[in-house]
Design a protein around this ligand. Structure first.
Ligand code: C2E
Ligand code: MG
Ligand code: MG
Ligand code: MG
Length: 278
């Protein structure tokens, strides 16, 4: 059936699409069982408050240890799962596990003021999100101002009404909101200010070339200035070198994240830093 007009390219294309489709179905099947089989865990990446020279927060990042595939990076399954209701189960797991871990750290006296959780747009629109968050904060005895929810800027386009409603209720609870991967979408800063967004996470693509590319640096400078004028705080993502770090400090960036500061690490590794962070 592939030999139509001898267009073998189309044939390969179709097979690729079909294989991807089948792969995705088997991936989704595996995700279904992964939660109950405890194949998901969370890593944490420490974010520095550059003014205080202390840690500002830890971002929770999901890890999947698949019995046959090994470690599957989130970029290889989150985008597939995001189109299905399975993402709601993953979000439930991540909220529970991150807040449980935060309560353990609070009891240990670790000085990591806040924890952040990535919430995909579908979950951010969910009518249950606010009550789930509220219940988990109570269950683990965590103050709402210890929690930051991250929503990617590109998720900030469809069904905005539901997202806005949840943001308003979360802000009322005292939870902070961050716009992740900022600069990759098309949101207006004035709109974000209206919504009382707390943080803009400057996307890694700008930081990568900040010390080598003039236009990247100009974008970062103007975003930082405009954010400051509007009272939004900045977190720079993906800082890998001292040069990038020093330049961002000079530009007045309040919070720094990236391999140069700290790599994502297991909860146990973070706890071993106890003396550093407490
Ligand atoms: P993100 O939220 O923008 O997370 C930052 C990503 O950049 C992480 O990749 C982190 O390991 C990586 N990173 C941090 N510093 C550096 C650096 O200096 N250099 C480089 N090259 N990379 C750096 P990771 O853990 O693979 O996660 C990728 C994305 O998957 C996340 O991007 C987020 O969008 C999504 N994700 C991760 N965990 C979750 C989760 O629990 N729920 C949801 N919905 N999405 C998640
Ligand atoms: Mg994030
Ligand atoms: Mg990010
Ligand atoms: Mg990013």
């Amino acid at each position: 059936y592939c030999k139509v007009n001898n267009k073998t390219n189309y044939c390969y294309f179709n097979e690729d699409v079909q294989r991807e489709f089948v792969d995705n179905i088997s991936l989704l099947n595996d995700v279904k069982g992964a939660i109950t089989k405890h194949e998901f865990t969370l890593n944490y990446q420490l974010i520095e408050d550059t003014k205080k020279g202390k840690f500002h927060s830890a971002e929770s990042l999901i890890r999947w240890n698949h019995p046959e595939r090994g470690n599957v990076p989130p970029m290889n399954f989150i985008p597939v799962v995001e189109n299905t209701s399975l993402i709601l189960d993953i979000t439930d797991y991540v909220i529970d596990e991150a807040l449980r871990q935060k309560s353990v750290w609070n009891n240990m006296g670790l000085k990591i003021p806040k924890i952040s959780i990535n919430i995909s747009a579908k979950s951010f629109r969910s009518a249950d999100l606010v009550s789930i968050i509220n219940n988990k904060l109570k269950e683990y005895d965590i103050d709402s101002n210890e929690l930051i929810l991250e929503l990617t800027e590109t998720g900030f386009v469809e069904d905005l009404d539901d997202i806005k409603r949840n943001i308003i209720e979360l802000k009322r609870l005292g939870v902070e909101i961050a716009i992740d991967d900022f600069g990759t979408g098309y949101s207006s800063l004035a709109r974000l200010k209206d919504l009382q967004i707390d943080y803009l996470k400057l996307d890694r693509t700008f930081i990568m070339s900040i010390d080598t590319d003039d236009s990247s640096r100009k974008v970062v400078i103007s975003v930082i200035q405009l954010a400051k004028a509007l009272g939004l705080k900045i977190i720079a993502e993906g800082i890998e070198t001292k040069e990038q770090y020093d330049l961002l400090l000079e530009l007045g960036c309040e919070n720094a994240q990236g391999f140069y500061i700290h790599r994502p690490a297991s909860a146990m590794e973070i706890e071993k830093l106890g003396k550093v962070v407490s």
